[in-house]
Design a protein around this ligand. Structure first.
Ligand SMILES: Nc1ncnc2c1ncn2[C@@H]1O[C@H](COP(=O)(O)OP(=O)(O)OP(=O)(O)O)[C@@H](O)[C@H]1O
Ligand SMILES: [Mg+2]
Length: 245
């Protein structure tokens, strides 16, 4: 199945707060694309727009599946999930008092996903064996790294083709950040998922991304076609690679 996401001229915000200004971005089938930016620059807002959780004020967002374009600005979150888009939200958003298995099941509440529960659960457990070992443990008692794995696995329960991962590195130790990013890379390589990942951790994100965008104050200030191009960019050098801001 060929799937691609195209966003053009997107404005979004919250009341008087303008969070996105004229954002254009595209993700092609099979890619891992990084959306890089520091705190408060609009990464989550963009991910939420794609997922139908924030309605843009202007611009277009189109998801093309096997040559058929779907206008995401007009679809509900449920309909967007049904098209194969799943989000791993910032801060995981697990249900701490529910077990690992119960949290996973909540990722499969749509009718289409319910039909695939067994297959998706097998994929989730194969990808994250620790979740199988701990399926009866309360999610809130898992370590930060395990919770991030659970949040990703829950997203896999809806049979996604496009995975939106919002700052998977937040709150994790450097080793766990590295392991989590590696896992996301494996989802792309082994399961063929297309990935749009918001991150602040430049060096970790570009390990698995094929290209990326830099967002500053709601505007895409760099759109690079490769990681090398990204690393060579003056704004990137200033913001992330040790230059003086
Ligand atoms: N629910 C909200 N109500 C009002 N303003 C909001 C809301 N959510 C986000 N904002 C504002 O929109 C802007 C962009 O926020 P957003 O969460 O998209 O940034 P971010 O890049 O994801 O930041 P972080 O790295 O801290 O997660 C910020 O100025 C933020 O304060
Ligand atoms: Mg955010």
């Amino acid at each position: 199945m060929a799937l691609s996401l195209a966003i053009s001229g997107l404005d979004a915000g919250y009341g008087a707060v303008k969070a996105l200004r004229g954002v254009s971005l595209h993700v092609e089938a099979g890619e891992t694309v990084a959306l890089l930016g520091t705190n408060g620059n609009g990464k989550s807002t963009l991910m939420k727009c794609v997922a139908g959780l924030v309605r843009p004020q202007r611009g277009s967002m189109s998801l093309t599946i096997d040559g058929v374009a779907h206008d995401l600005t007009k679809l509900s979150t449920e309909a967007i999930v049904d098209l194969g888009v799943a989000m791993v939200p910032e801060g995981r958003r697990l249900f701490p008092k529910l077990t690992v298995l119960e949290n996973l099941m909540l990722g499969a509440f749509r009718a289409a996903a319910r039909r695939e529960i067994e297959r998706n659960l097998a994929v989730a457990f194969e990808t994250f064996p620790v979740l199988k070992e701990r399926k009866s443990q309360l999610a809130g008692t898992m370590s930060g790294g395990q919770q991030q794995m659970l949040a990703i696995a829950r997203a896999l329960m809806s049979s996604p083709r496009l995975l939106l991962v919002d700052e998977p590195s937040v709150g994790l130790s450097p080793l766990l950040v590295s392991q989590t990013i590696t896992k996301i890379g494996e989802l792309n390589q082994n399961l063929g998922l297309t990935v749009l990942m918001a991150e602040q951790n430049f060096n970790q994100a570009v390990r698995i991304a094929s290209r990326g965008y830099i967002i500053v104050h709601g505007e895409i200030v760099v759109a690079a076609n490769s990681v090398d191009e990204l690393k060579g960019n003056d704004i990137v050098k200033r913001l992330y690679l040790g230059g003086i801001v």
